[in-house]
Design a protein around this ligand. Sequence first.
Ligand code: ADP
Ligand code: ASP
Ligand code: MG
Length: 406
Amino acid sequence: MARIVMKFGGTSVANVERIKKVAERVKAEVDAGNEVGLVVSAMSGVTNELVGYVRDTSKFYDTREYDTVVSAGEQITCGLAALALQELGVSARSWLGWQVPIRTDDAHGSARIESIEGEEIVRRMGEGQVAVFAGFQGVDATSRIATLGRGGSDTSAVAIAAALEAERCDIYTDVDGIYTTDPRIVTKARKLDRITYEEMLELASQGAKVLQTRAVEMAMKHRVRVQVLSSFEDKPGSLIVDEDEIVEKEVVSGIAYSRDESKITLTRVPDRPGSAARVFGSLAQQHINVDMIVQNVSPEGGYTDLTFTVGKDDYDRTVRLLQDKDAGFAYDELVPDTNVVKISVIGVGMRSHAGVASTMFEALSEKGINIQVISTSEIKVSVLVAEEYTELALRALHTAYGLDAE
Ligand code: ADP
Ligand code: ASP
Ligand code: MG
């Protein structure tokens, strides 16, 4: 007997028939003697639709009201899942974020979970009741609903697993595990039986949306055993583990891409102390996250070109801020480019192997793909290329690092 958390994503609860299937899977775990916490997302497409309503109503919307609207999808699926379980003779009760409560900070739209009060739920689970949680939502200190950022039900699941001291957290989705890269783009992508927390963290933060980055962070911190598996097929998935549980370490174990990038170049910025600090300080004040940065000193001296990337959602605000005449930023021209994608190769083996970056550059150059910006960290190399090369670049790199499935 164990206490487990099972999470089902949007495609897995896309309609009433699928919700009934989810209930059957949960019942099987209950029948096996397990205490189950079930976390559900909104039906696929619903959150996008709700976000659309908000944007159509208000361009620069109040994020508190955004949260009131977009959290609604999960309210529906958690009620339906509880009903579907009851229909199967399983005791079940739904729980919205504020009812648990799942307390968050007040960063509406991408709030962080601060605490979860699980005592009452653990007591009920002990009596055989399945707790069905609405993913993606919590409540802030002023009792307003707060959502956790897109893909946030993964984080709800891991946080609930940690709070309930569950033995494991199973994330059921529309692929049967974590792959070397997005299997919907690269058909030769290979399923990984195991991946380290660190690698999964990099993959997620570089765009692999199979898990939300914060879910991996949370799993790493609280040592939650997370498994990603198919909600449609009954077979083992991929397990996230500590580095010492992996015997053969690949140099590169995964490749991620993110279309959520836009590039801005400021030309002829005065080359003197404080120039960069002024630009990036102003962006930071507006909570705009800057990702990649390059600076080139011009040959004649005195000036530099400054290129950096921000997320697509922050792009308009960034341009508006830098073009604000009153702010007095010193540069010649602002050159924007939203037609870019960031591709990252990731692997813990990079720490002890040379030549990872050069393999990447060669593979891209063979396909005639121009690299615009490069950034590296201990276990990652990222490049920015034109968006139309996304698929070509992913496939070329997948082959170059020997990741293709037979
Ligand atoms: P859910 O609705 O279940 O949360 P998501 O759409 O958020 O599902 O995440 C699953 C998707 O993540 C897959 O359909 C796949 O296209 C994508 N994906 C991206 N990178 C990877 C990867 N490395 N391994 C598996 N899936 C990936
Ligand atoms: N429904 C939310 C979203 O689409 C949360 C999730 O699915 O994880 O982002
Ligand atoms: Mg998801």
